[in-house]
Structures are given as C-alpha cells and as structure tokens.
Ligand binder design. Structure first.
Ligand code: MRU
Length: 344
C-alpha cells in the first residue's frame, strides 16, 4: 500500500506516529491538517515529503470555492509557502511543492488548474514508486550473500510513496535471492529505526536486529556488520544531510574500513549548494525529556534541563564510498561524476 495518496479530494497518509502500535490512515482535508501531519512526522522521509508537498498544493486548490482564477492562484501560492515552512532540511519537500505549483498556475480556469495540479501530484507519486524500483535493482548489485548491513532511520516504503531508497535496495537484493541480514539503529529521539524500519523488515520477513545508536561502533568493531547504507534528505556539493547519527556512522565506518553507501533519488540533490547553506531542523525539547512524546507523562530527564535536538547532520562526501541513484551508482570524484550521471 502507498504511504501517501489522494482519495476523494483529501490527502491520505499512513499515520507513522502510531506505528508499530497501530496501523491507521490519517485523512487530511485541509492544507493546515497536512502541515501539522508533516511537522509531527505523521508523514516523513524525504521522498514521501516530496509527494506530500505536491499533493498539499493540489489540496489547496480544492479547499474552498474561488471567486476567480486569481483568487485561486493567490490562495495556492500562500498555501505552498505555508507547506514549505513546515520542515527545512529535506529538499524534496520543496521540489514537490514547486513542481505542482509552477505547473498549475499556468492553467486558465479553476477547473483546469485543479486538474493540472492533481495530475502533477499523482505523477510525482507514481514516479517515486518507479524510481525506487529502479534504484533497488541498481543498488542490489552491491550486496552479496552473507552481508550484514547497518542502517539508520527509516528509508523504506514509509519514507517514500512505496518500496524505499536504502531499504528498498535491501528489499530488492533479498527479492533477488541475496541472503543478508540487517542491523537497524533505533534512531533516537523519535525511533524511526525501531518503530518503522524494524516494523517494515519484520513484516517482510527480512532478518533484522535492532540496536541502540550507541552500539554501532561496537557492532562494527566485532565484525557484526560489513556494509552501511543510509538515505539522504539533501545532497549538496560537499555533504550528505541525513538523520542525526549518520555522520557518526560514516566516521565509524571509515575507521573500520567498512563501505558506506548513500541511496537517494535525483530530486534529493541540491548541487548548487554547499553544507553551510543548508538549515538543519532543530526540534522540540519534549522529544528528549519524555519517554513518550505524545503523552508527555514519564520524564527521562529533569524537566528544566537544557536540550539540543538537531534532527539531521552533515556527512562529508569524502566519507561516502558511493551514492546509489535511479540513474546509476555514482563513485567519487563526485564533483565530476554527479553532474555526469545526473545531468545536473
Ligand atoms: O526526520 P525524518 O524521519 O523525516 O528523517 C528522515 C531521514 O533522515 C531519511 O533517512 C531520509 O529522509 C531519507 S528517506 C528515503
């Protein structure tokens, strides 16, 4: 099933805040509701945000009746700005929003604009599924029988429209008959690794072992993993932005001479930018001090302690052995090979 989809003029999402306790579909009837879903990570993961952003702009065109075309276009632009303000790091969110808005505002009537917007949003979602399958087939060749693969966060079906990027590659490799096992970092503070990656892999019957983030070094030192694969929220000329803890894994992998791979679609590349241009999202203190963010009952830290909670970090490209995309595997030097393979 798709993580994000359109149904009866609403955007529907698998509510990832509830997993693995409950599998529930969240219906967003307004852009405001979708924005809240993005901020609270009901939908998350760069490619899923690309689709959600696109559907969000389409949704804005159905939110109410419009006096005329200009009224609709102004409304869509404002709603697009709001959607773009929800999370700053994953470039895919902006790609999805801009793509639908730029096409839709070329329409000449309310009916036409709605039609164009919805069609473009659907196209983004369909293309995501298709590119993930391609990336999966391409990346699977990097994996062999007996591999033990470390990953962080969730880069599976839930982080995309379907199938996944890094986890999609693992899925494709297993489908091709490669016998491998996965070590999943729990991914504090919101546990996308334990709640979502472990859940997806258990559902698929793929051998997965959960570890805390701080166990990664020991697991490498003991030879329990021989490859690392992660996703990306934004790839710039000198760094890969991904879930907090990714940089640590890259340094550890280098120290233990373990290949470190990044998997991402072309739309995650923001090749005109450098690491210093990218804003890293800082999230609320409640994510660190409470055992359960939602019920906010059990304290895990003093209520008034100072908290620093960046959601992403930047891994220097020199720590990355290869980037797997839907257009092929890109090896260093990236300065030369990224533009060559992706046409950027
Ligand atoms: O905060 P999140 O859960 O949205 O962070 C997601 C990640 O860091 C993923 O690794 C990244 O978006 C790639 S998903 C294919």
């Amino acid at each position: 099933m798709r993580t994000v989809f359109w149904e009866e003029n609403t955007v529907k999402l698998i509510d990832q805040r509830k997993l693995p306790d409950a599998f529930e579909i969240l219906t967003c009837r307004t852009v405001e509701e979708l924005g809240e879903a993005i901020k609270t990570l009901a939908v998350r993961g760069a490619p899923a945000l690309e689709a959600a952003g696109g559907y969000g702009v389409a949704l804005s065109a159905f939110e109410r009746d419009f006096r005329d075309v200009n009224d609709l276009k102004n409304h869509m632009k404002k709603r697009a700005e709001y959607l773009a303000s929800t999370r700053p790091t994953a470039v895919n969110l902006f790609v999805g929003i801009d793509r639908v808005l730029n096409r839709a505002i070329k329409g000449d009537s309310v009916h036409e604009i709605r039609e164009i917007a919805l069609k473009e949003a659907q196209r983004i979602a369909d293309q995501d599924v298709e590119r993930n399958m391609r990336m999966g087939n391409i990346g699977a060749e990097l994996f062999d029988d007996g591999d033990s693969v470390l990953t962080i966060c969730n880069t599976g079906s839930l982080a995309t429209v379907y199938w996944g990027t890094a986890l999609g590659i693992i899925r494709s490799a297993v489908k091709k008959g490669v016998e491998l096992r996965v070590f999943a970092c729990e991914t504090r503070p919101l546990n996308q690794g334990s709640r979502l990656t472990a859940w997806e892999l258990v559902q698929d019957g793929i051998d997965v072992t959960l570890i805390t983030d701080s166990m990664a070094g020991m697991v490498m030192q003991r030879g329990l993993v021989n490859k690392v694969i992660v996703g990306a929220d934004r790839i710039v000329r000198d760094a890969v932005f991904n879930k907090i803890g990714t940089y640590t894994l890259s340094v550890l992998a280098k120290a233990h001479r373990i290949p470190f791979y990044v998997a991402a679609p072309k739309t995650t590349f923001d090749w005109d930018k450098k690491a210093m241009d990218v804003k890293i999202e800082e999230r609320g203190r409640e994510e660190l001090i409470y055992c359960n963010v939602k019920c906010r009952k059990t304290l895990m830290a003093p209520q008034n302690v100072k908290v620093y909670n960046p959601a992403f970090d930047a891994t220097p490209l020199e720590n990355v052995d290869a980037i797997i995309t839907e257009y092929g595997i890109i090896h260093p030097p990236y300065e030369k090979n990224v533009p060559k393979i992706l046409g950027l």
